[in-house]
Ligand binder design. Structure first.
Ligand SMILES: *[C@@H]1O[C@H](CO)[C@@H](O)[C@H](O)[C@H]1NC(C)=O
Length: 357
């Protein structure tokens, strides 16, 4: 069985090599059976053809191949061997569950890869191997649960990474370590709980970070510190109850817009102060401040933090004042009483002296 499989694989390889040689040698362009090839523009359109595997014969010189809407299920090792000229590969909505090792590694000049709307649960460790020209990667709308430290490591030229609407709960803090040119990172609609220090340590060029619709309740104090170019940070619809001013003060940027509505905010003086301080930092803007709605305490649920003006801290100031006044009165009372006692005693002893000189 194993050897049959091997023979099958090697015969596939031989066919491919033969086609490749034929293409190269004769300049003859073979178009895969059910696809449309636009020779003048070197495009191969194989959209929604019911394909179950990547076609073998692809014209030499092709720079765009569209395989969207097929039933590929798995992308096999060396499926794209010989397609050195390919710059754009579209494979969205193709029921892909598995990427075999080295399935993409020959695509050294690929700039855009679209794997959105598939069924990927994980990425192979060598997923990014060879993809050093890639600038845009779409993996949104898959079933990914975790990002390890190696699968994205070689994407040194990546500018845009879309991982939205997966099931990512955890990311190795080194998962994005190789992506130093990243400008846009979309992680919306995942299951992240914590934004960890170290995760974004190489993202000095990151301009847009989208984290809405996760389960984030904690942003570690230094987590945002490396971001020097950030213009938009989306944190809507998470589980934030409180934030620390220091976390946002660490953003050494020109202008950063923050989106933080639809979180279960605990409205107290502390939160009001944090937002007050953020407002006073010139380069930070809370884009949706009017929509920061209190969740707790119960008597404030549904009120916007902005509508409470500085009431929360006023109440606190008032209670501090009441306590201070009470204490002062008590102290004064004690002093007065002590003084009275002293005088009474003095009067008594003087009277006694007069009686018995
Ligand atoms: C979401 O976060 C809360 C803590 O804020 C945690 O108790 C809960 O298990 C998390 N849910 C998921 C799906 O991770």
């Amino acid at each position: 069985m194993g050897s049959e499989l091997k023979m099958l694989v090697s015969s596939r390889m031989m066919i491919r090599v033969a086609i490749l040689l034929l293409n190269t040698a004769s300049g003859f362009k073979l178009c895969p059976g059910s696809c449309l090839c636009y020779e003048s523009s070197d495009l191969v359109d194989c959209r929604s053809r019911g394909l179950v595997q990547v076609p073998l014969s692809v014209p030499h010189g092709t720079w765009l191949m569209d395989l969207s809407g097929n039933k590929l299920t798995e992308v096999r090792t060396r499926s794209f061997m010989g397609l050195w000229t390919l710059k754009i590969l579209l494979m969205s909505n193709s029921s892909i569950r598995t990427l075999q090792p080295q399935s993409l590694s020959s695509l050294q000049f690929l700039e855009r890869l679209d794997l959105s709307f598939n069924r990927l649960r994980w990425l192979p460790e060598d997923f990014s191997q060879g993809l050093s020209s890639l600038q845009e990667l779409r993996l949104d709308q898959n079933l990914l649960q975790h990002l390890d430290s190696t699968s994205l490591a070689d994407l040194e030229n990546l500018r845009k990474l879309d991982l939205s609407y997966n099931r990512i709960r955890t990311m190795d803090v080194r998962a994005l370590g190789g992506l130093s040119r990243l400008r846009l990172l979309n992680l919306e609609g995942n299951r992240l709980n914590v934004l960890k220090e170290g995760l974004l340590s190489r993202q000095q060029s990151l301009e847009v970070l989208l984290l809405s619709h996760n389960n984030i309740s904690v942003i570690q104090t230094e987590a945002l510190a490396p971001l020097r170019s950030l213009t938009l940070l989306g944190l809507q619809a998470n589980q934030l109850q409180h934030i620390k001013f220091k976390t946002f003060l660490m953003l050494q940027t020109t202008t950063t817009h923050l989106q933080m509505s639809s979180n279960p905010w605990t409205c107290d003086c502390d939160l009001q102060r944090v937002f007050g301080k953020i407002h006073r930092v010139r380069h930070l803007r809370v884009y949706d401040y009017g929509d920061i709605i209190c969740s707790t305490p119960a008597q404030l649920a549904g009120s916007s933090l902005a509508s409470l003006d500085s009431q929360l801290c006023l109440a606190e100031t008032a209670s501090v004042l009441v306590i201070s006044i009470t204490v002062t009165i008590a102290v004064l009372g004690a002093v007065v009483k002590a003084e009275k006692n002293r005088k009474t005693k003095q009067a008594v002893s003087e009277a006694e002296k007069q009686e018995h000189p």
